[in-house]
Ligand binder design. Structure first.
Ligand code: NAP
Ligand code: FE
Length: 374
């Protein structure tokens, strides 16, 4: 057996942990670039808390609040230019996976000159700005991974920069910032985390440690699904209390630690086309495909599927499909041409080699057809 475990990010959890631990910022540098989205960090109190913490320890800051969902390469270069022009020496990313992933790319690009052509090629110098992360969605786990996923128009997909340099230095998990996250984003992001945990267990790099984290994460997310269905019915996020918000944030962080070890599988590879070409949210895209892939695994390796389904207290993949069906509702339209094109793209990715059950291109086409037939 060969398995490694590496996750060097310090994780601080709990109520008001950003302000209570303000001294930690002093270790990171003297001037920060706060990288965030356009609105949510200002509304949920996270940006204010970070500024309060920085001011209390005399650290200067500059704000870059232009990160869009599925951040582009040019957004990362723009943030890095701002970082360099202002002489910042560390990055604070606040928000969902998009600002966190942009923050990682900015931390790398501000520390070394990398041409756009070689951005995804690896071989970086051993230089990056220190990073502090404050996740405000509970889904991507980016706060504890070494991946920065950017929209890559040249390749017409989302491509990840993967490097141990990109593990944040410190992460603050405070669920109060997620309390007003809308029902759809709560569900889509939770499904992203679920997909990370399940895909981790389906990866050739799975280990006893990643499986233990994944199983706990899956259980915690499935445990919150009755409340998700209630929230959908009521059309209001008020159905979630702080305890469930904390549970989802922890489950997402644990699923992030899983993919930091295992990477993702065919589900993410297929989902990227749904996001890039059809604008489907990242978590939703995975959710549309996850049940069908587990059905394929159930046929090829019933014991492996059963091990995962047990963590959900399910006996059959069909039960997961049913639950995801209720959570995801009405499907988008997809045509045969699109299915053929997306399947061809996904089968060429390295995610396929990462799957214990390796699908064929035909399998991918069938998965797309079945996923959108509901
Ligand atoms: P996101 O794109 O970061 O955010 C989605 C929306 O939620 C934005 O409109 C954002 O608003 C809003 N939002 C964020 N926090 C909120 C809060 N607390 N309350 C209300 N609204 C809030 O979505 P995400 O699903 O978290 O991240 C998706 C990205 O992460 C994708 O690019 C995906 O590829 C990537 N990803 C990365 C990893 C990794 O390991 N690095 C893993 C999985 C996915 P604002 O724009 O105003 O902030
Ligand atoms: Fe993901």
């Amino acid at each position: 057996m060969t398995n490694n475990y590496y996750m060097p990010t310090k994780v601080i959890m709990g109520d008001d942990c950003v302000v209570k631990n303000c001294e930690l910022f002093k270790v990171l540098g003297r001037k920060a670039l706060i990288v965030t989205g356009t609105q949510s960090a200002k509304r949920n109190g996270s940006e204010k808390d970070v500024k309060t913490a920085l001011e209390s320890v005399g650290i200067q800051y500059q704000v870059f609040d232009k990160v869009m969902s599925n951040p582009t390469i040019s957004c990362a270069y723009e943030g890095a230019s701002l970082a360099k022009e202002n002489g910042v020496d560390f990055i604070i990313a606040i928000g969902g996976g998009s600002p966190m992933d942009a923050g990682k790319a900015i931390a790398l690009l501000a520390a070394q000159d990398i041409e756009e052509e070689s951005l995804f090629l690896g071989n970086y110098q051993n230089k990056v700005l220190p990073m502090a992360f404050v996740p405000t969605t509970a889904g991507t786990g980016s706060e504890v991974t070494q991946y920065s996923i950017l929209t890559n128009d040249k390749a017409q997909t989302k491509t990840s920069i993967a490097s141990d340099l990109l593990f944040p230095t410190v992460t603050f998990l405070d669920a109060k910032y997620t309390v007003h996250l809308g029902v759809t984003t709560t569900i889509n992001t939770a499904i992203d985390a679920l997909s990370h945990a399940v895909e981790g267990m389906l990866s050739v790099k799975a280990s006893i440690v990643s499986d233990a984290l994944a199983a706990a994460s899956i259980q915690m997310i499935i445990d919150c699904t009755p409340k998700m269905l209630l929230a959908l019915q009521a059309g209001s996020e008020a159905a979630f209390d702080l305890e469930q918000r904390e549970q989802l944030l922890q489950a997402s962080f644990m699923a992030g630690m899983v993919i930091a070890q295992t990477g993702t599988t065919v589900v993410h590879a297929m989902g990227y086309s749904l996001t890039y070409f059809k604008g489907i949210d990242h978590g939703r895209a995975n959710g549309l495909l996850l049940g069908e892939y587990l059905k394929l695994v159930e046929k090829a390796q019933p014991d492996l599927a059963a091990k995962i389904l047990k963590t959900m207290s399910f006996a059959k993949a069909e039960q997961l499909l049913e639950l995801l069906g209720k959570l995801l509702g009405q499907r988008e339209e997809i045509n045969a041409e699109e299915i053929k094109f997306y399947s061809k793209k996904a089968i060429q990715t390295k995610n396929i080699a990462n799957c214990i059950v390796k699908p064929t291109e035909d399998d991918l086409r069938t998965m797309f057809v079945q996923s959108f037939a509901k």
